[in-house]
Write a protein that binds this ligand. Structure first.
Ligand code: M6R
Length: 589
């Protein structure tokens, strides 16, 4: 949610700033802006719309900051776009200043005149008020008065070549490379721009000054840090089509890379936690939550351990009494989702062992965890998670297998077949023409239901989320066994119900549910890897899935659903990469 970037380059920073900003757009795209500091002072260009809306002659300056916005306080408009300016300062901010109303009243009482409705402008007005000639001291003093979350970058007209940044909860990294110094919300946006990167810890400040980038505390005392090479795979998928199409096409490659990483991963450091955990929790949001549900199913079946699976926000709301001997598995593609991070912090502060599954090795979640499992999905730009979901499932299957091994000295039978997911994912693409035809058939539908039993209930939930998110259709999921307990009332002539049947033992029951849909005039669609299930079905349309060992099927079965949502979205003329009202990384509560 909102991306911030800062850059210092002796050759001029405008081009680099704009390039980074374009890459940050998936964090928010309702307005964008830059501010550059040159001898003439600070020049600001900001507009409602995407980064393209900023087109114009390059702004001069070696030092600059930029922002892509996902509106929280104040609707998208030119005035509410960042950077915000006051006195000698310009500022970009990601996060939420919770005490903005009280601060605004106080500052207005002292004569400050606000130009926007944002919580962020309060910060730059405060800095301007507190400035007594020491740039860093003014930013640090202002931060001390803020409640809430922030990553911010500030320019001061008196200090050419300097950027002062601060981090509380919202992500921030420092980077260097290509003759330039950077601060940025995340690592993927720096791919191709920087070579070395180092994340800021909570409460730290980052400064660019005197031709170097360094970290310090609120007093300005420097903190020693080690920069590491920008991770491979930080680059976005290239090729034709939208990012979402490319990311679906990259699923086999992402699975192969993730598998290679898993093969080299030594679980010994977390063996004790896996063996002895009294309780196992899994926390995540959105698509990652569906992966966590799949983990619960796999771990409970294979390791005979109860997994308590919560959305991160619900975990926070109820704050279950976590203690030593508990294992908390936090799943997050970005590793920066605010609710998941807070849930992870809760778990850590309670004394639990924290295990992360993330696609971002430099993320806040990875830094917090006692042990990390890295997906190697590569940068995921489209807001709708696709390849990262397949990779989350793969990592979590591996974790369920390790749990089984450490608790019962045996790996599940399917453990050796994880590699089969790669060719199966490729084979799933052969169903795409049929899936696209299905999308065309469903294009006129206002809504649809996804159903499944057992592990398929989770795949159904993920399919429905994808359709809601990018095709803007009412789409829900329902365990197939629950259909006749209420939801069936929605089924009328032509109403689409899409069923998944990847568990042979449950397929007949799922088929019965579809028959009940058909009997009420519904349009029934069946997805299965079993020819006999497909041919015996009464469904109006049937999509054959590639076969892998049954417990691994969710990682394959979801692929046609990802494609279905993408096709529906494109057929409706929407942009799958930037669905309305959403952003990729939900870094605010
Ligand atoms: O980065 P995370 O995995 O923590 O993100 C969690 C959700 O915000 C995310 O999965 C969201 O639901 C996706 N946009 C769904 O496609």
């Amino acid at each position: 949610m909102c991306g911030i970037i800062g850059c210092f380059s002796r050759e001029g920073c405008y081009e680099k700033l704009m390039e980074g900003l374009a890459r940050l757009e998936y964090r928010g795209y309702d307005s964008a802006g830059v501010a550059l500091l040159s001898e003439g002072g600070i020049a600001v260009r900001k507009r409602r719309g995407g980064v393209n809306a900023l087109a114009g002659p390059p702004l001069a300056g070696q030092t600059g900051i930029g922002h892509t916005r996902w509106a929280t306080h104040g609707r998208p408009s030119d005035a509410n776009a960042h950077p915000h300016a006051a006195g000698k300062f310009a500022l970009v901010h990601n996060g939420i200043v919770e005490n903005h109303a009280a601060l605004r009243r106080e500052l207005e009482g002292q004569g400050a005149v606000f130009a926007s409705e944002t919580d962020s402008e309060v910060v730059v007005q405060l800095i301007a008020r507190l400035y007594r000639g020491d740039f860093f001291a003014a930013v640090s003093a202002a931060c001390a008065r803020l409640q809430g979350s922030f990553a911010l970058a500030v320019l001061c007209a008196d200090r050419p070549g300097e950027i002062v940044c601060a981090r509380r909860k919202s992500p921030l990294v420092a980077a260097a490379g290509g003759g330039a110094l950077f601060v940025c919300s995340d690592v993927p946006a720096l791919a191709g721009l920087a070579e070395y990167v180092c994340p800021a810890a909570d409460g730290e400040f980052v400064r660019i000054a005197g031709g170097r980038v360094f970290f310090c505390d609120g007093e300005g005392k420097e903190i020693a840090k080690v920069f590491s090479r920008l991770p491979e795979g930080s680059r976005a998928e290239t090729g034709g089509g939208t990012f979402m199409e490319r990311e679906i096409a990259a699923v086999p490659r992402a699975l192969a890379d993730t598998l290679a990483g898993l093969r080299g991963l030594d679980f010994a450091p977390c063996a004790r936690a896996l063996r002895a955990a009294k309780r196992v929790f899994a926390v995540a949001c959105g698509t990652a939550y569906h992966a966590a549900l799949a983990f619960k199913d796999a771990a409970e079946r294979e390791a005979d351990v109860t997994v308590l699976c919560h959305t991160s926000s619900a975990f926070r709301d109820r704050a279950p009494r976590i203690g030593q001997g508990d294992l908390v598995v936090a799943v997050s593609q970005s590793g920066e989702t605010a609710d998941t991070l807070e849930a992870a912090r809760l778990a850590k502060s309670g004394g639990a062992y924290l295990l992360s599954v993330t696609n971002a090795p430099h993320s806040s979640l990875a830094a917090l965890a006692d042990f990390g499992i890295a997906m190697r999905a590569g940068a995921e730009v489209a807001v709708a998670a696709t390849k990262s979901y397949n990779c989350q499932l793969l990592c979590l299957y591996a974790l369920a297998a390790q749990l089984a091994f450490f608790r019962h000295a045996r790996f599940p039978a399917w453990y050796r077949s994880l590699g089969a997911l790669v060719p199966a994912a490729r084979e799933a693409f052969s169903a795409f023409p049929a899936v696209q035809a299905l999308a065309a058939r469903l294009a006129g539908a206002k809504g649809m239901y996804f159903i499944g039993r057992g592990q398929d209930a989770v795949t159904a939930a993920e399919g429905a989320l994808k359709v809601r998110e990018i095709a803007y259709r009412f789409a829900e999921s329902c365990p197939a066994g629950e259909l006749k307990h209420g939801t069936l009332a929605l089924v009328e002539e032509g109403f689409p119900v899409l069923a998944l049947a990847t568990e042979r033992a449950l397929a007949q029951k799922c088929e019965n549910a579809l028959a009940e849909v058909k009997a009420r005039g519904g349009y029934a669609v069946l997805f299965s890897q079993y020819e006999e299930v497909l041919s015996a079905s009464c469904a109006d349309a049937a999509i054959r899935l590639p076969a892998v060992p049954e417990p691994l099927m969710p990682a394959v079965a979801v692929i046609p659903l990802q494609e279905l949502a993408c096709s529906l979205c494109l057929l409706s003329g929407y942009d799958p990469d930037r669905p309305r009202n959403l952003a990729k990384s939900v870094t605010v509560e």
